[in-house]
Design a protein around this ligand. Sequence first.
Ligand code: SAJ
Length: 430
Amino acid sequence: MSTICAHGLGYIGLPTAAMFANYDNDVIGYDTSTEVISQLENGEVHFDEPGLRAFVTQALESGNLSVSDEVVPAKYHIICVPTPFDDDAKEPNLDYVEAAGEAIAPHLRTGDTVILESTVPPGTTVATLQPALEESGLSAGRDFALVHCPETVLPGNIITELRQNNRIIGGVNGVSTEAAVRLYESFVEGEIRTTANATTAEFVKLIQNTFRDTNIALANEIAKLAADYEIDSREVIDLANDHPRVNIHQPGPGVGGHCLPIDPWFLGQGSDQLELISTARDVNDGMSHYVVELLEGELGSLNDAKIAILGVAYKGNVGDTRKSPGLALAQELQERTEAAPNAVADGGEPSDVELALTDPHVEDQTLSLEPLSEALQGADAAVITTDHDEYADLDIGAVTSSMRTPRIIDTKDILEPADWDRDQIDLIRL
Ligand code: SAJ
């Protein structure tokens, strides 16, 4: 049994704490939110993730996991706190990482190990966390072990990926790295790879998400090019990927979530070399504008049009709306409406768009979501922005009868074109 104090019981910290507990480690989960603590004490999990509730319950009932609103001394401290991103300044806020270090310092003892799992700009473990911990009077690498061990799990499949993914561990020295390896060996079934230092581990994590974001930008550009050549982008990508060394991702209405649209900017915190990476970000952010242009092309004018947006979650089968492409599209259309008076004054077309948002996975009172049937009622176009399973089985008859003009823009390639062709529905794919 190891004694672990897990700092931050969010999307990563909670499943990680439960995982260690379910593999026979003695874990205390700490969070600054008393609401999170009391929910967990009542057996409730404060966010949606398949299988997590049962997994956490198992850990709590075994007695291996308990929660606390105070930091406790522990052989291992694992930090999974948020690193919120300021979109305008393109800078992450590392205050929570620093605060975690400061909270641990009074409890730190010789021989302990501190592990940072939060996604951070390269250099943060050493430049931000280490000094906060050394307020204890102990020295990293000599008196206590300090490492970065990035999480790489996919929302929607967190528990499986926690166990099965390879893990990267980079310590401030070899002794630190080894201490963390011994701990993660308790449940990781994938390979544990060690790096030369903590900064390398931080960098690798960012590069993984940057690879995916940049690759999707290429796919999005391919989609726009294919449209100009009047060919099918999905067929092009599928065929191109037949090559043994080609792996192009899929185009879509933009890249959402709290990782891919943000992490690439972290690389620019200590370097001014972002070129391709920042252009890729712009390409992906520009997709909502491209979808608006598609709509205008199809409808002629957006004036007085009703547009239904199918999916405000950032990706299929999750309920998370952070940086949602569906919401970005809604905002872009909304801004058209708000800009309309100026457009008229400038001799342009007024654009009064009626928007209807729907999503079977999202529960958010602030979004005025409607049931699918109501959103489609009288609509001139329905844009599928999220590949929820529910949309693959869209009832063609219901769509045809309830929309003003049966027209679907499928940005996620979730519908079967042959089915819709047969019923002569206007189906536009990205
Ligand atoms: N998307 C596309 N085209 C694709 C694949 C995805 O447009 O071909 C879009 C999705 O629709 C979504 C966005 O990208 O809007 C991000 O979705 P995702 O499934 O690619 O990734 P996340 O943000 O849910 O999780 C990522 C994962 N990173 C990688 O696969 C490299 C996950 O493993 C990380 O742990 C996670 O970020 C994280 O926490 O950093």
